[in-house]
Design a protein. Structure first.
Lengths: 64, 213
């Protein structure tokens, strides 16, 4: 699988939220696209990432 | 000429500067601005000056003294809802654009109602979790909407680090991605306005069917 354009070493399938936490993301502060589709907040735990999947994670910081 | 000119007169004024073709696209455009603080107030102002045909201004908050160092309100607005204070200023700039307002705190639950029908949405919130929630909810609810969000604009780092990037097909992010508000690191007017300029610039480009950041 790939994370933000880079190969990401991990066993698959694997829960999405687990990968996010392992990669250092705060699940409360991200917008996640799995193969180009946004993952709703309540599906972060149940979604599973497969070997060929592309993950795009935008991590937000405060201020505006 | 006296101010304001009539509707056609103001359109001509803008068209003379932007070209009639560009102005036609802008005047037919509609943009929702979620959050009317440092980013949102400046984004909305820029869009109003361009003559965007319809704006929706969304914020639950009132203008506070502590806002004046970076938001485009004036002392006379302190204590007033941001929506009405900003609408008043924008209608002064252009009496003929339509301005809708919503005094509401956006959440994942109300996004499908509040932002229904808006295909260019500017995320100008302050809180990181709220940003994530709004962006996620809007992308999920609306297959046609393009979201222009912001992340990382605090402090006095180089303005050259503020960029617009396309994070996904319908999601753009303006900012440096890392400079968050923290103890000793405040939002400051110049950098905030640079980021707001990025958001407003992209909004106009999207209205004119240019999807490149």
């Amino acid at each position: 699988m790939r994370l933000n354009g880079q190969p990401y070493e991990t066993e698959t399938p694997r829960p999405l939220a687990e990968i996010l936490r392992e990669a250092g993301f705060d699940c409360e502060r991200v917008a996640v696209m799995l193969n180009g589709r946004i993952v709703p907040r309540d599906q972060l735990d149940s979604a599973r990432v497969a070997a060929d999947d592309e993950l795009e994670v935008v991590s937000f910081v405060g201020g505006g | 000429m006296g101010w304001p000119p009539d509707r056609d007169g103001l359109f001509s004024l803008l068209a003379a500067r932007h070209t009639p073709e560009v102005q036609a696209g802008i005047s037919a455009g509609r943009v929702a601005v979620a959050g009317l603080g440092g980013l949102g107030s400046h984004v909305a102002t820029a869009l109003a000056r361009c003559g965007v045909g319809c704006l929706k201004l969304i914020d639950f908050d009132e203008v506070d003294e502590s806002n004046l160092h970076r938001q485009c309100y004036f002392p006379r607005h302190v204590g007033r809802p941001k929506t009405s204070a900003l609408k008043e200023m924008l209608q002064d700039i252009n009496p003929y654009i339509e301005i809708q307002t919503a005094d509401i705190r956006l959440t994942a639950r109300n996004v499908p109602d509040v932002l229904a029908g808006w295909t260019v949405i500017v995320e100008a919130l302050d809180d990181a979790a709220a940003k994530a929630e709004l962006v996620t909810a809007a992308l999920a609810a609306f297959q046609q909407a393009r979201i222009i969000s912001a992340s990382g604009l605090a402090g006095l780092g180089s303005a050259n680090d503020i960029v617009t990037r396309r994070a996904a097909g319908r999601l753009y992010v303006c900012g440096d991605g890392i400079s968050e508000v923290a103890e000793g690191v405040s939002l400051m007017a110049p950098r905030v306005m640079v980021c707001a300029g990025h958001q407003a610039n992209l909004a106009i480009r999207l209205l004119l069917n240019n999807q490149e950041p």
